[in-house]
Design a protein around this ligand. Structure first.
Ligand code: FMN
Length: 138
């Protein structure tokens, strides 16, 4: 099974977890970088609202997800939802892929957004095989 771990990070913790996931599965590791990067201020002032609306952002370069059987999407949780670049990554999913959603949060969780995230991915013709949170401060 050909697997890709594709991630977005603002502060670096999702990158560390994504590297570990990719290493454990011998998967390719791909980073989604917004064309206009967030900083902690714009993440708070603009990113949370966009995350809650499940909006994406233009990426500097679109990761090529074609040809992967399983795709692991990883992003930080902002306001209970995956950060907006997660939605940009989800838009690139090839139909038929098995998708895992691993979201990195601090003390909270992504529970309230879980059904909406699953619906978004199913809308791309993909199957969600796993949704779980990783706590960055444990
Ligand atoms: C704008 C913003 C909103 C956040 N909202 C949440 C939240 O709702 N729940 C939570 O547990 N953590 C929240 N966090 C914390 C991050 O999810 C957490 O620190 C994560 O590890 C950051 O990942 P990164 O280092 O890959 O960017 C938020 C962080 C930012 C910057």
């Amino acid at each position: 099974m050909k697997t890709a771990v594709v991630y977005y990070t603002l502060g670096g913790s999702t990158r560390s977890f994504a590297r570990a996931e990719a290493g454990a599965r011998a998967a390719d590791l791909l980073e989604a970088v917004p064309a206009k990067p967030y900083n902690p201020f714009t993440a708070l002032m603009q990113g949370c609202a966009a995350a809650r609306r499940q909006r994406g952002v233009p990426l500097a370069q679109a990761p090529d997800l074609m040809g992967y059987d399983r795709i692991v999407l990883m992003a930080p949780v902002w306001g209970g939802f995956p950060a907006p670049p997660f939605n940009s990554m989800a838009a690139l999913l090839p139909a038929g892929a098995q998708v895992e959603v691993l979201l990195v949060s601090s003390s909270g969780s992504s529970e309230k957004s879980r059904a909406k995230v699953r619906a978004l991915i199913q809308g791309k013709g993909c199957r969600v095989v796993c949704q779980r949170d990783i706590h960055s401060h444990q």
